[in-house]
Design a protein around this ligand. Structure first.
Ligand code: 5GP
Length: 211
C-alpha cells in the first residue's frame, strides 16, 4: 500500500472512531482553480467570516513571492526537507506543480477537523483527485472548482500579479487549459466573475452566510 493510501486509511479510521463520539467532526473543503483564478482571495474572504473555517498551510519547495510569508502563505521548505517529509508519510497528499513540490500536512488537517473546523485546502486538481480517489466516500469533504470567466481574463489576472516571468505565465496558462477540463471531477463548479458573487456562491455551497 502506498504511503498516501496508508495515510488516508489512518485518517479515515480515526474519523470513524471520532465520529462515533458526540463532538462534530469538520470537513475537508477543497478549493481549486487555475493559477491566477482567484483562489487565494476567495479563501481569504471565507476565512474572514470568522466561521468554523481554518486553512491548511501547504508545504512547498517554490520560492516565496513578494509579500508572501513563511508559515502564513506557505511553509517554504527545501526540496530535501520536502522529500524527507514525504518519505515519512507527513503528507495527506502532495503533487508536483509547475516543477515544484506542494503538499498538505496530514496531522494538522486531522487535528483541525477533530476540533470541529472545516479545513480549507487550496490545492490543485492532482491533489483533489488523489484525496478523492483514495478516500472514497468515507471522508467528509466537499470540492469546489473556481472557473475564470474566460482565458483572456485569466491571462490578465496573471499578468496583473507581476510576480511571474513571461515563460512562467505561459506555462501556467497551458496548465490552466488542462485543469479546466478536470472541473467535472468536482462536486461544484463556480464561475469567478466578481469576488463578491463568487464568495456568495461558495458560501451558499458550504452552508454559511455570505456576510
Ligand atoms: P502557487 O505557486 O501559484 O501558489 O500555486 C500553484 C498551484 O499549486 C496552485 O494550483 C495551488 O492550488 C497548488 N497548491 C498549493 N498548495 C498545494 C498543495 O498542498 N497540494 C497540491 N496538490 N497543490 C497545491
Amino acid at each position: 500500500m502506498s504511503v498516501l493510501k496508508a495515510n488516508l486509511k489512518k485518517l479515515e479510521s480515526k474519523f470513524k472512531t471520532l465520529s462515533k463520539k458526540s463532538k462534530p467532526f469538520g470537513r475537508l473543503v477543497i478549493i481549486s482553480a487555475p493559477s491566477g483564478g482567484g483562489k487565494t482571495t476567495i479563501v481569504s474572504r471565507l476565512l474572514a467570516k470568522k466561521t468554523h473555517f481554518k486553512r491548511s498551510i501547504s508545504y512547498t519547495t517554490r520560492q516565496p513571492r513578494k509579500g508572501e510569508r513563511h508559515g502564513r502563505d506557505y511553509n517554504f521548505v527545501t526540496k530535501a526537507d520536502f522529500l524527507r517529509r514525504r518519505r515519512q508519510g507527513f503528507f495527506l497528499e502532495w503533487a508536483n506543480v509547475f516543477g515544484q513540490y506542494y503538499g498538505t500536512a496530514r496531522t494538522t488537517c486531522l487535528k483541525l477537523m477533530r476540533a470541529g473546523f472545516d479545513v480549507i485546502l487550496a490545492i490543485d486538481v492532482q491533489g483533489m483527485r488523489k484525496i478523492k480517489r483514495l478516500s472514497g466516500k468515507s471522508m467528509p469533504m466537499v470540492s469546489v472548482f473556481l472557473m475564470p470567466p474566460s482565458m483572456a481574463v485569466l491571462k490578465k489576472r496573471l499578468l496583473g500579479r507581476q510576480s511571474d516571468s513571461a515563460a512562467e505565465i505561459k506555462k501556467r496558462l497551458q496548465t490552466a487549459r488542462a485543469e479546466l477540463t478536470c472541473r467535472r471531477f468536482y462536486d461544484y463548479v463556480v464561475i469567478n466573475n466578481t469576488i463578491q458573487q463568487c464568495v456568495k456562491d461558495v458560501s451558499k455551497i458550504l452552508g454559511v452566510s455570505p456576510e
